[in-house]
Design a binder for this molecule. Structure first.
Ligand code: ADP
Length: 179
């Protein structure tokens, strides 16, 4: 069975098959974790993103694509786009955030990437409430792993800020996970 792990730290330093990037639809880089990943991986990531955008125009919210990880220890980056939080449409927000996690995992399986590190998608400038985002993230990942027990070895939640780390620690410590 796959394991879920929790770490506090910088996703660009993770030794995993794939790190997930909380990108925006243009895939042209940005601030937060997106900026950190492009900076750590170098220009090869932006080059690969430009080629993808030349083919698809933009990456819709909830979808995911794979590129090189450049100079990072990870092998690949899975770029996904979380929703910009809108409190008037909570169901849509949950679905879009769940899609971002699920489609990232589907891309991992499609590319035979067995260990995957996720940041806390949408909880920075996109403004998704952290507790609610963590519940969506954990339940979506758990469901996916139950359906694909042989295709993924590890999902690692990498929390950069103390708030998210505490929230994930509380939610995950009641489960069978490796903390
Ligand atoms: P979004 O636009 O999806 O909200 P952000 O990058 O603004 O994306 O924030 C998403 C999460 O990424 C936030 O919880 C933030 O603390 C976290 N984050 C920022 N830098 C890093 C990093 N180097 N490694 C892991 N997580 C990071």
């Amino acid at each position: 069975m796959p394991v879920i792990k929790l770490v506090k730290g910088d996703i660009t330093q993770q030794q995993v098959d794939a790190v997930v990037n909380a990108a925006n639809s243009s895939l042209m880089g940005g601030g937060g974790v997106d900026g950190a990943i492009h900076k750590a991986g170098g220009p090869a990531i932006l080059e690969a993103c430009k080629q993808i955008i030349a083919q698809i125009g933009h990456l819709p919210t909830g979808e995911a694509v794979v590129t090189t990880a450049g100079h990072m220890p990870a092998k690949k980056v899975i770029h996904t786009v979380g929703p910009i939080y809108n409190a008037t449409r909570p169901d849509e927000m949950r679905n879009l955030l769940a899609n971002a996690y699920r489609n990232s995992l589907q891309q991992a399986v499609a590319h035979n990437l067995r260990t995957i590190a996720f940041p806390n998608i949408s909880t920075g400038v996109y403004g998704y409430p952290k507790e609610e985002a963590a519940q969506v993230a954990i339940s979506t990942v758990r469901q996916f792993l139950q359906a694909h027990p042989d295709e993924i070895d590890e999902v690692r939640f990498v929390c950069f800020d103390e708030d998210n780390y505490r929230i994930y620690h509380t939610l995950l410590s009641s489960e069978e996970v490796n903390l």
